[in-house]
Design a protein around this ligand. Sequence first.
Ligand SMILES: Nc1ncnc2c1ncn2[C@@H]1O[C@H](COP(=O)(O)OP(=O)(O)OP(=O)(O)O)[C@@H](O)[C@H]1O
Length: 285
Amino acid sequence: MNAIELNHISKKYKEFQVEDVSFTVPKGYITGFIGPNGSGKSTIIRMILDAVRPDEGDIRIFYEPNHKAHLREKIGFVYDTLHIYEDFNLKKAKAFISEVYPSWDDELYQKYVDRFELPERKKLKKFSKGMKMKASLLFALSHRPELIIMDEPTAGLDPIFRRELLDELQNLMINENQSIFFSTHITQDLDQIADHIVFIYKGRLQFQKTIDEIRSKFFLVKGQTNQLDADLKKILKGYKKTSQNFTGLYEGDPSIFEGLEDEFIIEQATLEDIMYYTTRRERAK
Ligand SMILES: Nc1ncnc2c1ncn2[C@@H]1O[C@H](COP(=O)(O)OP(=O)(O)OP(=O)(O)O)[C@@H](O)[C@H]1O
């Protein structure tokens, strides 16, 4: 079952384009959306939410075209800025927002207000960046959405709350079978909680893989620069070298390095390594 499906999505702006992007967000899992600055993550999220129309392709949410109005109720959206009139305080904002969602859960709202330690009577414009993010989460979660879509939800949060939030998201997925799709630059968050990763770069899909596939297929190869010959360069997805040593990214079965333990060090690659070395090679093209 898929919560979201993108089929051959293209969108052209003057100086940037999303090119033929297809991927799925499976139901009941956490999917992380990664890519360097300006890769098109926010643009794609806006297209999923029907705030921007693609030039080509179609997007489905729970197997329905994403522009169907009733899908709004099923989605909790967290953006990096609050889209609420900022002269309001939480109480007043809640009065408006709760009216929009038939599934609004007041008890849950109260639980999150307490847990997030948010003042209910302070004007939203006087909230700090992190408080605004928490308020955005509060409203998104309190109507019990089946699908949570977030654009960099952990940006601006202190590390303690960030971890609490990640735990909370994991609980939502496990206990309520919710599907979560979120973009982030903090790839360690995803190493911790994501089941699937969608990686885009310069408006093109690099890959969609499960975390397990990534763990079993991506490795760092380290050795001395004089060992970095043409054959090795060919099989690496990218590398960095000094006059003495090199580190490269290898995708595939690590057994090809068996018996070469004295010559190379093979280590599991993190998501950050994968992004760094993949885009390094792209940049050098
Ligand atoms: N309405 C628009 N008109 C023209 N160009 C746009 C528009 N919206 C976005 N872009 C361009 O699309 C590119 C991708 O931007 P986008 O915000 O989708 O990337 P991102 O991956 O979310 O980046 P970041 O990680 O920095 O937030 C950028 O070059 C941006 O300037």
